[in-house]
Design a protein around this ligand. Sequence first.
Ligand SMILES: Cc1cc2nc3c(=O)[nH]c(=O)nc-3n(C[C@H](O)[C@H](O)[C@H](O)COP(=O)(O)OP(=O)(O)OC[C@H]3O[C@@H](n4cnc5c(N)ncnc54)[C@H](O)[C@@H]3O)c2cc1C
Length: 466
Amino acid sequence: MHLMSSPDQQLLQQFEAIVGPAGILPGAALAGRSAGIWSGQQLEALALLRPRTTDEVSRVMQVCHAAGQVVVPAGGMTGLAGGHESTAADILLSTERMNRIESMDARSRTMVVEAGVILQTVHQRVAEDGLMFALDLGARASCTIGGNIATNAGGVRVLRYGMMRDQVLGLEVVLADGTVVSSMFDVLKNNTGYDLRQMFLGSEGTLGIVTRAVLRLYEAPLAIETALLAVPTWDQVMELLRYFDAALPGALAAFEVLWRDFYQLNTGPFSSIEPPLDTDTPFYVLMDVFISDIDQGRAKLEQLLTSCLEQDEIVDGALAASETERGKFWQIRENFEPEQKKFAKIYGYDISLPLETMADYVESVRRELIGRFDDAELFAYGHIGDGNLHFSIYPGQARDRDAVDEMVYFPLQALHGSVSAEHGIGLEKKAYLKYTRSEAEIELMRKTKRMMDPGNILNPGKLFDL
Ligand SMILES: Cc1cc2nc3c(=O)[nH]c(=O)nc-3n(C[C@H](O)[C@H](O)[C@H](O)COP(=O)(O)OP(=O)(O)OC[C@H]3O[C@@H](n4cnc5c(N)ncnc54)[C@H](O)[C@@H]3O)c2cc1C
């Protein structure tokens, strides 16, 4: 328990003078609030601050800078690497009241938003003008644009549109000392020295607080077709990725793979979804194709699927017949309820590695895991079109997180893979950053952090220790 000293009380009074009574919740008022949908832990902080404007954020940071007060920025708290975790001595700075869409320009296909706007709100607004925002992920209804920027989120459209860093044209951030750096450009090309904006994408709240952004929008497709394929071998999975990408140039917008046990879990007794295809094929591919001509697009896809069946590239396939069915196919990929219902504890992983090595890597981790903890289970799936693999591992009764982490992360060094493809490093993967980044790279990151935040008050201890 953190007992409040009078310097703490003075600080809280200063914050209240900046954000107003509705903008501050002292630590004692946070009882019963959870620290995020995944953590199951109780939220802890000296106070939760909810500024409304960039100016308020800047003034809060000036106070924190002068007092050496630690600040943890928070958006929707859906992060999966522990980046938003705070202690009872920290100020948790939430963007929940900075949730305005400031403007949208359909002709230049840009939108200006505050950092606390929910991703799904952006999707809904741009759809009204026939446009699309390319970032999409399972936590869309809770995660914020600021959090997406801070984690450089990936999701299900990376294959075609890239990660969050490709969707941000302009950015405004508040630095540790309260300085506002505004680069709110809305042009695609801007070759004027260092791209400072990109420093903050993926910095996990350690270099600055994102307050506003200019987002890049795209024309929405006329329709999206979704197919589910049962594929016998990994070689065929890789062949199919090339085959569809070549046959439907620029239209393949998602290529997800579910290993058999993940597919079985998410269509089995703990799920409400009936399996659309048999449950006994080693791999299932879930594919989204963006269609620009509804009749011809669907007909072409049907023809391609038939040809795959005839050539034994797939054992079965289904093309979603309606939006409801599309939703069901995607639920098999995105629904985490079955694993939560079946297992008391599950460890999640998010890594990347070359496609050629992926299937062997999965089997070797599985062998090692079960060799050491015979009641453990492994479920693999992921954004395979991007080389991004996810695992859900039930660790068995032993629950030795360090041992399981080491089994997953250590082999990635030799395979030139990454310990985090898209979720970030946060607290969870700090010890394993060295498997992906060299000492020289980590030292340069440390130097950058020391230069931008000499007091180490912005999300300290996340990503790496100084
Ligand atoms: C069901 C589910 C599915 C998911 N799928 C994906 C996926 O496919 N791809 C993917 O990349 N991620 C995925 N995630 C992870 C998560 O949704 C993303 O990391 C998301 O970008 C986090 O946004 P947030 O607003 O919740 O950020 P938070 O969780 O609140 O914070 C994440 C990090 O960003 C920092 N931060 C937050 N806001 C700001 C700000 N304004 N300024 C500076 N720093 C800030 C925090 O300090 C923390 O370090 C998934 C999560 C869940 C629960």
